[in-house]
Design a protein around this ligand. Structure first.
Ligand code: SAH
Ligand code: MG
Length: 199
């Protein structure tokens, strides 16, 4: 990677910090990119682009990787487009500006990365695993939700947050009881679930 790119990455991270955009944490992105390289992933679907940080980091893992990424927030989508151009990745990263729940895709992906509204994780999983190759993986971010998932529910003051945490717990149960997929949740970053289709 040329020096210029390092500077752009720094700028994207800085922007995310200032605008409070929840991009993947350092540890999480390291895990994700290492996983992509190790498993020779080539076609990725991402739910939740934000400003394109993780999409760019994933695309940079290998020159033949293609990423399709969905974002429903217009300002973020536009910022992501701008960032992707800086890296000259517009041929390899396709952005879809839509609510993911309204998206129907035809393509096949060997990795689906779910990192959007946590309350909808089960729906995203059910909707998009149709597009997963037989040896594909689903990776979901924020399984600990800033440590709240492991906290006693009574300690969470906000009603909305309690609801969200409940949804994440339901998703974890959904994964753990899913007869078609084996799931491991890693204590990395904000908690990362890796689900693999049973052979
Ligand atoms: N993957 C990004 C961070 C994504 S943050 C990174 O690590 O760089 C989550 C994003 O998902 C937000 O920008 C939010 O607008 C988007 N999002 C949430 N629910 C969505 C939905 N139903 N459809 C599309 N985008 C959604
Ligand atoms: Mg996340």
């Amino acid at each position: 990677m040329v020096g210029e790119y390092h500077q752009y990455i720094r700028e994207i991270k800085e922007y995310a910090k200032n605008e409070k955009i929840p991009i993947m944490q350092e540890e999480g992105i390291d895990f994700l990119t290492t996983f992509i390289i190790k498993h020779q992933i080539r076609n990725i679907l991402e739910i939740g682009t934000a400003i394109g940080y993780s999409a760019i980091m994933m695309a940079l893992c290998h020159p033949t990787i293609k990423v399709t990424s969905i974002e429903r927030d217009e300002a973020r989508y536009l910022e992501a487009l701008k960032n992707i151009k800086k890296f000259h990745l517009e041929d390899r990263i396709t952005l879809i500006f839509k609510d993911a729940l309204d998206v129907k895709l035809d393509g096949e992906f060997d990795l689906i990365f779910i990192d959007a509204a946590k309350a909808q994780d089960i729906k995203f999983f059910q909707l998009f695993t149709r597009n997963l190759t037989p040896n594909g993986y689903v990776i979901t971010d924020n399984m600990y939700f800033h440590g709240l998932v492991e906290k006693n529910e009574k300690e969470i003051k906000s009603h909305n947050l309690r609801g969200l945490v409940k949804k994440i717990k339901e998703y974890i149960t959904f994964l753990n009881t899913n007869t078609e997929y084996n799931t491991t949740i890693y204590r990395i970053g904000d908690g990362i679930a890796v689900s693999e289709k049973k052979q």
